[in-house]
Write a protein that binds this ligand. Structure first.
Ligand SMILES: Nc1c(NC[C@H](O)[C@H](O)[C@H](O)CO)[nH]c(=O)[nH]c1=O
Ligand SMILES: CC(=O)[C@@H](O)COP(=O)(O)O
Length: 168
């Protein structure tokens, strides 16, 4: 199902773990900041709606989506008490192939961070053909991918907590 078939902001609170004790990082790209600020707000609002404490959220900004890789890596290293990190970006197709390389690089880089560290990094990067598609997915008719990412962060934080409990 494509995004067009679902609302990114929809979630069933009955299926969301209690998040009041979780600590989250969020790294936000400044490229297309009209979009990324809406994504951040969507994530923040979803965390507030699920009991996350404001003081348990740390935010860093980076210049562009490609820098999300380094920013999230340094956040993993600097804040070992974090339960999950959300990487927020918006890449929009331009005239050249740069879009392809940025999107592939960020995707592979964030994948690597999830392999190399015990702190999960959630992929909240819109990779759109047009600005309109980005608008529709950052609080428009298709909801807000930031909310989707925040909920994913809560669920992955709980999975990590459960897994580490069983590991002993
Ligand atoms: N065109 C977009 C970029 N490009 C910039 C790169 O992300 C990076 O900051 C630069 O290449 C320097 O390393 N970034 C976005 O986030 N969104 C775009 O549409
Ligand atoms: C993803 C990008 O870097 C892209 O928006 C830059 O635009 P262009 O391909 O026209 O240089």
């Amino acid at each position: 199902m494509a995004t067009a078939g679902k609302n990114l902001s929809h979630y069933d609170k009955n299926t969301i773990p209690n998040a009041k004790d979780f600590r989250f990082g969020i790294v936000v790209s400044e490229w297309n900041d009209d979009i990324t600020e809406n994504l951040f707000q969507g994530a923040f609002d979803a965390w507030m709606d699920n009991g996350v404490l404001k003081e348990n959220i740390v935010r860093w900004n980076v210049p562009g989506s490609f820098e999300l890789i380094y920013g999230c890596k340094k956040m993993q290293q600097s804040f070992e008490m974090l339960d999950a990190i959300v990487a927020v970006g918006n890449v929009i197709q331009g005239e050249t192939k740069h879009f392809d390389f940025v999107c592939e690089g960020v995707t592979q880089g964030i994948k690597d961070l999830n392999v190399q560290s015990d702190i999960p990094v959630i992929f909240c990067v819109l990779t759109d053909n047009t600005k309109q598609q980005s608008i529709e997915r950052s609080g428009g008719i298709h909801g807000n991918k930031g909310a989707e990412a925040a909920i994913a962060a809560i669920k992955m934080a709980q999975l990590r907590k459960d897994a580490n409990f069983y590991k002993g």
